[in-house]
Design a protein around this ligand. Structure first.
Ligand code: FAD
Ligand code: DLZ
Ligand code: SF4
Length: 515
């Protein structure tokens, strides 16, 4: 009897723990396109194409290398529609002596997986996903006894653990973090070299047809599908980043330019999360670019921090805070998600551009997700569940373990400040400084209230006023209230009225776009 190795859609690497040490004539690999996964939220069409196409390519690669792969397509006649149903069917077909699987990235799936040992009449082993460098017990130990969890201190531990950019026990260059050098506003006409784009091959085209047929009512356009779907393509995308964009990655990390959808970002998250690229290898390449004098320390440190810092940290945080993180709503935000998040129909130029990119590319870069889309949802008091669903649907790199901490804790402060030391609330001034959006907007960032005022301005003060009791005590934000208190009563009222008048114009989403 063979060993059955189920490989999930975001576990597409030959160095997966469940394949290590297995022999080809003694193993059946199971890969399954299942309806449950494709619809637990109504994912962006490109996200489904990406995952199915990458799965199909990976299955071929495994077969070419001599592995036996049982690949279940979405439309296969007997497809049971769920991971558990398909594993049960494969156990009947192959009569394995053992099911060996790598733990799922998401709570929902891991709960099901934890039942397998009881459900199935054969042994089941669930292996740790060692594509991540920090184990959960390591994270939990670090988090224990801390009221607040800060990425920065966790990150230093990961620097020590991996040895990246370490000079003995000191950080390279003397500082752990060079973010202060990474806030350059975009110069006029800032543009970046175009990233490699991968035209759909026959396999991808088949999946595109399937998705157009079966997921027609899902959000997003398929026209622009150019994501890497194999390790080879992903490597090419990484090569281009290290050759052409990493130098400016740091300085312009927070910049936004209308129509420039990628700027100097790596655009590698989809490939890393699928398993096509190894995060540690990318950090090694970044460090080498610095050592070879091809990229400045602030760029390289910033890139490495995103990966061994933020990426590892949010994963640890997710498992540490689940399942209650899903329901957290510390600021008691109750508004429905505005319809324009789905349609892009808003006269706020910054939001319109970020939503356009989201629809066309299933991507928006970090500062767009954080300071435009996220900041608006925070200030407008949109309820966390709907914002979570939106982010999980619309981005091709979105899995709950990475999406949820970023949305609930980072942008919405729904965890009450365990992850972020203060809410990332900002007025129009910030967006105006870091982008060229405002010059093409019907609103003016310099106008504070009344007609033509940038809505972020009054919303900012409404938010601060509403949450005064909680935020006044926060030493990073409390000072802002002296500015508020110095305004005369009438001025404060103008802000609040202006904000309420704007909020009254928001239409909540008209149909079930997400579920
Ligand atoms: P780069 O800017 O080139 O960064 C390099 C890599 O660092 C990324 O590929 C990613 O792997 C990692 N990284 C950077 N920031 C983060 C972060 N905050 N959390 C985790 N990893 C990070 N990233 C996802 O992969 N999936 C998501 O569902 C997701 N949802 C997000 C939601 C919100 C509200 C915010 C603010 C951020 C979210 N991020 C998410 C993080 C980040 O925006 C994306 O990883 C990034 O935009 C991907 O593009 P890139 O590969 O060009 O990133
Ligand atoms: C996101 C996704 C989708 C849309 N479809 C599938 C699928 O049909 N088969 C599969 O193996 N994986 C899919 N995925 C990715 C899974 O949701 C992902 O592996 C989970 O995060 C596991 O926790
Ligand atoms: Fe966005 Fe306000 Fe600038 Fe318009 S004026 S682009 S709404 S920040």
């Amino acid at each position: 009897a063979p060993v059955l190795v189920p490989i999930l859609g975001d576990q597409l690497t030959r160095s997966l723990a469940s394949l290590r040490g297995r022999t080809k004539d003694d193993t059946v690999i199971l890969m399954m396109e299942v309806w449950d996964e494709a619809t637990y939220v109504k994912h962006h069409k490109q996200k489904i194409v990406l995952i199915f196409s990458a799965m199909r390519h990976f299955a071929l690669e495994l077969r070419d290398a001599g592995w036996t792969v049982d690949y279940v397509k979405l439309d296969d006649e007997n497809n049971a529609g769920s991971f558990t149903g398909e594993v049960a069917r494969a156990i009947e077909d192959h009569d394995p002596r053992l099911v060996s699987v790598v733990e799922a990235g998401e709570w929902r799936v891991r709960e099901d997986m934890d039942q397998w040992a009881d459900k199935f009449a054969c042994e089941v082993e669930i292996l740790r996903d060692d594509r991540f460098i920090c184990t959960q017990s390591e994270f939990d130990e670090w988090a224990e006894d801390r009221d607040t969890l800060r990425m920065e201190y966790f990150y230093r531990e990961m620097r020590r653990k991996t040895g990246f950019l370490m000079d003995g026990d000191k950080p390279e260059g003397g500082e752990w973090n060079y973010d202060s050098e990474n806030r350059k506003p975009p110069k006029d006409g800032l543009s970046a070299p175009e990233r490699p784009k991968f035209e759909p091959d026959e396999i991808t085209q088949d999946v595109i047809d399937l998705v157009e047929d079966r997921f027609d009512d899902h959000f997003g356009s398929l026209e622009n599908f150019r994501w890497p779907v194999t390790r080879e393509e992903a490597e090419e995308a990484a090569d281009a980043f290290f050759a052409e964009r990493i130098e400016c990655f740091g300085p312009y990390q927070d910049a936004m330019v209308a129509g420039e959808d990628d700027l100097f970002h790596s655009m590698l998250s989809t490939s890393i999360n699928l398993g096509l690229l190894d995060p540690l290898e990318l950090c090694q390449r970044a460090e080498k670019a610095y050592k070879d004098g091809k990229a400045p320390l602030n760029s390289v440190e910033g890139f490495i921090r995103q990966i061994i810092g933020w990426r590892e940290y949010v994963r640890g945080f997710y498992w540490h805070q689940m399942p209650h993180l899903q329901k957290a709503n510390a600021l008691n935000a109750q508004r429905g998600l505005p319809e324009f998040y789905w349609t892009g129909e808003t006269d706020m130029a910054c939001l319109a551009d970020c939503i356009r990119s989201t629809r066309e590319n299933a991507h928006a870069h970090h500062i767009q997700r954080l300071m435009v889309l996220g900041n608006f949802a925070l200030l407008a008091g949109v309820n966390p569940r709907e914002v979570q669903d939106w982010y999980l649907v619309v981005y091709a790199d979105a899995y709950e373990w990475v999406e949820l901490p970023n949305v609930a804790a980072m942008i919405l402060y729904a965890d009450g400040g365990k992850l972020a030391s203060k809410p990332y609330a900002a007025s129009g001034n910030y967006i105006n400084k870091m982008s060229n959006y405002c010059s093409g907007c019907t609103y003016s960032p310099n106008k504070k209230t009344g007609e033509g005022a940038c809505p972020f301005n009054p919303l900012y003060w409404l938010f601060m006023d509403r949450h005064r009791e909680r935020l006044e005590k926060n030493h990073r934000i409390g000072r802002i209230y002296s500015t508020w208190d110095r305004m005369d009563e009438e001025r404060r009222q103008e802000y609040l009225d202006s904000a309420e008048a704007f909020l009254d114009t928001l239409e909540p989403a008209s149909k079930g776009w997400a579920r």
